[in-house]
Design a protein. Structure first.
Length: 155
């Protein structure tokens, strides 16, 4: 049981590294033509960038399918990937980009720093020149800036 929990937690943590690497070198690299839709203003509900959910969803589904019979490590890896995906949806799509408008302001320094780092990432609408490619890991400089702000209104 503890091993399974460890696999889930380790997978969740490793997914942040996978997300950072994929975002920086794949999405801002050879798949920019899909990710670009996320960096330009629009008024439609979905973006080409949303297709990336299908990749991680398919990966988790395959791990669930092949790991379910014996409830082996693949099942628990799939659980970690799925939990990361759900967290990504809540943090990135709901909190930061307000695709579902349920969060308005926060006084939490971590969430303010996260929001600022993401806004800096979106300062440019071109492939090069962005920074802060992770989702949950926030560079220290944004914590310092967040400590100076009263609250953040998400747009």
């Amino acid at each position: 049981m503890l091993t399974n929990i460890g696999i889930v937690l380790l997978t969740f943590v490793l997914m942040e590294g996978v997300a950072w690497f994929t975002h920086k070198y794949v999405l801002h690299g050879f798949l920019w033509f899909l990710h670009r839709s996320h960096h330009v203003k629009h008024d439609h509900a979905f973006e080409r960038n949303d297709l990336f959910f299908t990749f991680y969803g398919t990966l988790a589904t395959l791990f669930f399918i092949y790991g379910s019979e014996n409830m082996d490590y693949r099942f628990w890896i799939a659980t970690g990937i799925t939990l990361y995906g759900f967290t990504y949806f809540l943090v990135h799509d709901v909190f930061i980009h307000r695709r579902i408008k349920i969060f308005n302001k926060t006084s939490n320094n971590y969430l303010k720093a996260l929001d600022m780092a993401h806004k800096v990432h979106h300062k440019t609408s071109v492939r090069d020149g962005s920074e802060s490619f992770g989702m949950l890991w926030v560079p220290v400089k944004y914590f310092r800036l967040a400590g100076r702000k009263k609250s953040v209104r998400n747009t």
